[in-house]
Write a new protein. Structure first.
Length: 230
């Protein structure tokens, strides 16, 4: 079972085998740059089904309103403050390199830091800047082929786990970094991909108002594994 991004025709698995369990695709979309809307990569947001269901018990999410999610950052921040594993899967649509992707991610984090640093203590600033340095250091210089996979996960512990093609790149143990990396895609003001943010909002609306089939038993897991094997 897959879903196709209309801008790039890239397909994403609806169920992603991550760790020992399956995560479900909430929404996806392309990051586009310049006035020409050049596609850079496609991203999808994934969560465990039990965590999606648990959102019904989170204040604000128990009466989820798509318009509020799109207009304000409150619901997104509330989501990221929960002890949930939330993953963003990123697949480049053209050949690139880790330095280029790293620099784009880092610029986003630094911009968010500048916007928020006024109310921070000196210790908080130092911890965040050290976290950004660690984030950058987790990227080794390498060429990145089209259709390869990065997964960035805000863990239940509030860390940012980084993976490339199934290999561990490292984990940044800083909650601000983990949350703000994700907010780079959910922020209503300057999201990295408005296409993805809007689709994610629609996905949450659907998931929270209807019962969804999930691969909970061995037979269904085997079925989805076959679909997602490359």
């Amino acid at each position: 079972m897959t879903r196709t991004d209309p801008s790039t025709q890239l397909t994403f698995p609806i169920f992603l085998h991550h760790g020992k369990e399956w995560k479900k695709l909430i929404g996806m979309g392309a990051r586009q740059v310049s006035f020409l809307n050049i596609n850079v990569y496609v991203l999808g947001l994934y969560m465990y089904s039990e965590d999606i269901q648990a959102l019904n018990n989170v204040q604000g999410w128990d009466t989820f309103d798509k318009a509020s999610f799109l207009e304000q950052e409150t619901l997104a921040l509330k989501l990221l403050q929960q002890p949930f594993d939330i993953s963003i899967r990123i697949v480049p649509v053209r050949a690139t390199n880790t330095q280029h992707l790293r620099d784009g991610f880092t610029r986003s984090l630094l911009q968010r830091f500048r916007e928020q640093s006024k109310g921070m203590t000196e210790e908080e600033e130092k911890a965040i800047l050290q976290g950004i340095k660690e984030f950058k250091g987790n990227f080794s210089n390498a060429n990145v082929k089209k259709d390869t996979e990065f997964i960035f996960t805000k863990t239940k512990q509030g860390h940012l786990k980084m993976e490339f093609e199934g290999k561990d790149m490292g984990t940044v143990k800083n909650t601000w970094i983990a949350i703000q990396f994700m907010m780079g895609y959910l922020d209503p003001v300057t999201p990295a991909s408005e296409l993805a943010r809007t689709n994610i909002a629609s996905g949450f609306e659907k998931a929270l108002t209807a019962n969804q089939d999930t691969p909970t038993d061995t037979s269904s897991s085997q079925t989805h594994s076959t679909v997602q094997d490359k």
